[in-house]
Design a protein around this ligand. Structure first.
Ligand SMILES: *Cc1c(COP(=O)(O)O)cnc(C)c1O
Length: 393
């Protein structure tokens, strides 16, 4: 099919829930994507922070082929090696104790919310179910995780939402204390607010939140759906913040492009969600887990160090272009936000860049870059050159 045919067929038969770019992607290689007609794009999106190893990674493909040939799926009523090994690696690399595997970020956060509420119910009984989240956060699209999301625009249409969430301004410990109460069981944060605009939390603040949670026996929950799996230059962002959360959700990059997510939790949460309290049919799918193992294998300490260096290179490259539409950059590792000057629109900037062969994302009022973690210097330079040419006026 041609690009035009794919666009037309999609618009006719698929619900119009997304504001899509008019680009049909046929295949990819490294950090480059190609249309059916062979038009090339440099990709600073990797899905939305999903394709950590880029496109066509040989080890990732081999792992998927080999596992699909052996066993494509079996339920969680049985055991498989790939999920067992992936859980072990994630625990050993983080200091957490156990994993629950699911399929998407919102679903993982739902599980984390259930974990917090049940932890509190088991210990204190009913009435301690409120979870404090931060303004400008994003936690998912289910009815509950929409409500967990601290942005009013998401609290619309789908009434009634799940009760039991309060919001506090980010980086403001007094605001968090003001939102506290006898009904609270947990605090949930993103360490770098992704959809909200790539806004990193202050380390002192997060350490104080962790300490407050420990003091009150609230679970300290970290949503690493976007920041996890090497994106910020450590396996999880919480490792850079010097934390050990009670539970951590992960998703986007975990299987390098196959749908997988999960929750890591510490020892005190190990037996909270006992048999029959939580489940998902597709969770821990062996092909996804095998892909996840290939991702873990690639993310050595040296590789993660390179992610930090590439992030620094890309950010200084962008800032030294002095483009009239851009302000400062921010972020961690290869999770980069670019402030957009008032008189420009981030959506328009993204569309102009796409027209010239560079795919970027938006977040809040800014531009967001989540390139494949394997992106090469040459690919970054090509992207920077397209930015310079497209946005010089
Ligand atoms: C993307 C995202 C989610 C939602 O993940 P889905 O897989 O789309 O359900 C939740 N939290 C954060 C921080 C995210 O970036």
């Amino acid at each position: 099919m041609t690009s035009q045919e794919i666009l037309a067929l999609t618009d006719q038969y698929v619900m119009h829930t997304y504001g899509r770019s008019p680009v049909a992607v046929d295949h990819g290689d490294g950090a480059r994507l190609y249309t059916p007609e062979g038009r090339e794009y440099v990709d600073f999106t990797s899905g939305i922070g999903v394709c950590a190893l880029g496109y066509g990674n040989a080890a990732w493909l081999d792992a998927i082929h080999a596992q699909a040939k052996k066993l494509g799926h079996i339920s969680n009523l049985f055991y498989t090696e790939p999920a067992a090994r992936l859980a072990e690696i994630l625990c050993k690399r983080t200091g957490e104790s156990c994993v629950f595997f699911a399929n998407g970020g919102g679903e993982a956060n739902e599980g984390m919310i259930k974990l917090a509420r049940k932890y509190s119910f088991d210990k204190y009984g009913q009435g301690r179910s409120t979870i404090i989240t931060l303004q400008n956060s994003f936690h998912g699209r289910t009815i509950t995780t929409l409500k967990a999301t601290g942005q009013d625009v998401f609290h619309n249409f789908f009434f009634p939402f799940t009760e039991g969430f309060r919001y506090a301004a980010a980086n403001d410990l007094d605001a968090l204390k003001a939102a506290a109460g006898d009904d609270v069981c947990a605090v949930m944060v993103e360490l770098v607010q992704g959809e909200g605009g790539v806004l990193p939390l202050d380390k002192d603040y997060v350490k104080a939140v962790e300490a407050l949670c420990a003091e009150k026996d609230w679970l300290f929950l970290v949503d690493e759906v976007q920041t996890g799996v090497g994106r910020t230059g450590t396996l999880f962002a919480f490792q850079q913040y010097d934390l050990l959360p009670d539970a951590v959700s992960f998703a986007k990059g975990i299987a390098g492009g196959l749908p997988m997510s999960g929750i890591l939790a510490n020892e005190k949460c190990r037996n909270v969600l006992g048999p029959g309290t939580h489940a998902t049919t597709f969770g821990a799918n062996p092909v996804c887990a095998a892909a996840g193992l290939a991702v873990q294998e690639a993310l050595s300490d040296a590789f993660l160090q390179e992610v930090q260096e590439k992030g620094a290179y890309l950010r200084s490259g962008i800032e030294s272009l002095h483009l009239p539409c851009f302000g400062k950059t921010r972020g961690l590792g290869l999770m980069i936000g670019i402030a957009v000057q008032d008189r420009y629109s981030n959506k328009e900037i993204a569309a102009r860049l796409a027209d010239n062969g560079l795919l970027v994302l938006t977040a809040g009022p800014g531009v967001r870059l989540l390139p494949p973690l394997v992106i090469s210097k040459e690919e970054m330079d090509q992207g920077l050159a397209i930015m310079a040419e497209t946005l010089k006026q």
